[in-house]
Design a protein around this ligand. Sequence first.
Ligand SMILES: [Cu+2]
Length: 168
Amino acid sequence: MDPPAADPAVTHIPYKTQNAAWLNLFAPLVVVSLVLSVIALAVAVNVDQTTVIQSGPVAATGATSLNADLGEWDFIFDSPAIAADTDVAVLFTNVGDVEHNFAVLRSGANPADESKLDDGMIIADLGDVLPGESSSGTLNLVAGTYLVVCLIPGHYNSGMSAPLEVAA
Ligand SMILES: [Cu+2]
């Protein structure tokens, strides 16, 4: 008896047809993989940028520079907190009509009025500034809450002071 003939449907599939069937199955997967890779790369770049911003000194510990507008009778800071144990560049501008001053009292000092404000409380005096002019200085403070005051006579009693946070 002759052996059974091989199934022509299996033995005679041309190589190219088999290859095409393989491509039909995997080509879409390859395309999907490439698309997902591009998306993953884009997300990774975004995450990386976000990480850089969040780990920067400004977001983590307070500003490393401070701009202040001085007027009658207040201080307007561009940041509520500056960095501790860091040289912080301070630029202060007199936007008012009379001469002002930028000084910092030691942490916790909050005198009831000018007669209670003694020199021992002053840990930094960045100087006076005329109307329309700017001046600058550097603060390097340990963490805490400080009071920025104007030392021109009468100005503290007029309310010219503002709290400044120094964040670790
Ligand atoms: Cu003043």
